[in-house]
Design a protein around this ligand. Sequence first.
Ligand code: NI
Ligand code: MN
Length: 230
Amino acid sequence: MIEVTFYGHSAFLITIDGKKVLFDPFITPNDGAKSIDISKISPDYILVSHGHADHVADVEEIAKQSGAMLVSNFEIVSWFQKKGIENVHPMNHGGSKVFDFGKVKYVNAIHSSTLPDDSPGGNPGGFVVETKHGSFYYAGDTALTYDMKLIGEEFSIDFALLPIGDNFTMGIEDALKAADFVGTDRVIGMHYDTFPYILLDKEQAQRKALEAHKELILLEIGEKIILGNN
Ligand code: NI
Ligand code: MN
């Protein structure tokens, strides 16, 4: 069973066989996510796609209070090590690693990755996670790229978490194409509505998804759904 809980923006807790994997925690600075108490999340892993503040804001606090293992690119992991986070696992593009919840591959993203203090955050990425209950793609912040076709060739993706807010990342049309490239009909939207630059017309987005024969899942903050095979 794969349980997906939305914490706003691009922050998700994905629970796989009881192992809690937190993606891109940006919760306390998000006015829409005031109902989420980060001291109660207690993840086993924190996966960070790139260095921007709207993806790393709560990493330090959650990592320190939970002891979760931070998994990200080498530069981001090194930056957090200097802040006293010891349980880390650095990766880089094209590399895979088996963890106890599944196998993670750090894949390409077209974006930028400067850390909050202007330190270089390496190159931005996304994650493909293969588990015995299914596989999914967490794109991070990215443009549409033909590299996503490689994901479709290599993996059998059951669902994809894709940015749809436009302006800084893909908009809905490119995200629907990305879903095609990676080979899934099920998209969980992220990176929309948090800021004025990325307001989403949800009706229009759902209409476009319908036309493309894709399922577009837009979760409320705090909402949880169950996906994956048993
Ligand atoms: Ni970003
Ligand atoms: Mn972002």
